[in-house]
Design a protein around this ligand. Sequence first.
Ligand SMILES: O=C(O)CCC(=O)C(=O)O
Ligand SMILES: [Fe+2]
Length: 142
Amino acid sequence: MIRVNRFPPCPLPEKCLGLGSHSDPHALTILLQDHVGGLQVLKTDHQWVGIRPIPNSFVINIGDTLEAWTNGRLKSVVHRAVVNKEKQRLSAAYFLSPSSSAIIDCPPQLMVMESWTQAPIQESISLSFGKISRRNFWFKRG
Ligand SMILES: O=C(O)CCC(=O)C(=O)O
Ligand SMILES: [Fe+2]
């Protein structure tokens, strides 16, 4: 699935967001953004950091499905899009997902509770396309 986003200029950019804080439910996102910039990623220290557009480059985001698939080894990135006071911004996101009937099973090697993450162990999830998100995952304590 491809989504094209258009963010018109906003006279009060500090008061509105183009896209609110979210993580993508899919496995991977390949994102093309234009030169205006506005993509921000939430770091582990809870600070938003702007992802500067690099010409002819894509941003690759890990989504919730891949986080579940790897039992949290790969982290789904929380991100948002801010708007620009004068300029319109365009972005195009290509979302990669397994088929909607796929069962995501974590490889047994990754089903080990690691003390440093204290991550819950994921057994498996049924994909319900468009509905899958972190809160739909089935977790089991080790
Ligand atoms: O426009 C952007 O930079 C982000 C788009 C996005 O996060 C999305 O379409 O899910
Ligand atoms: Fe997104």
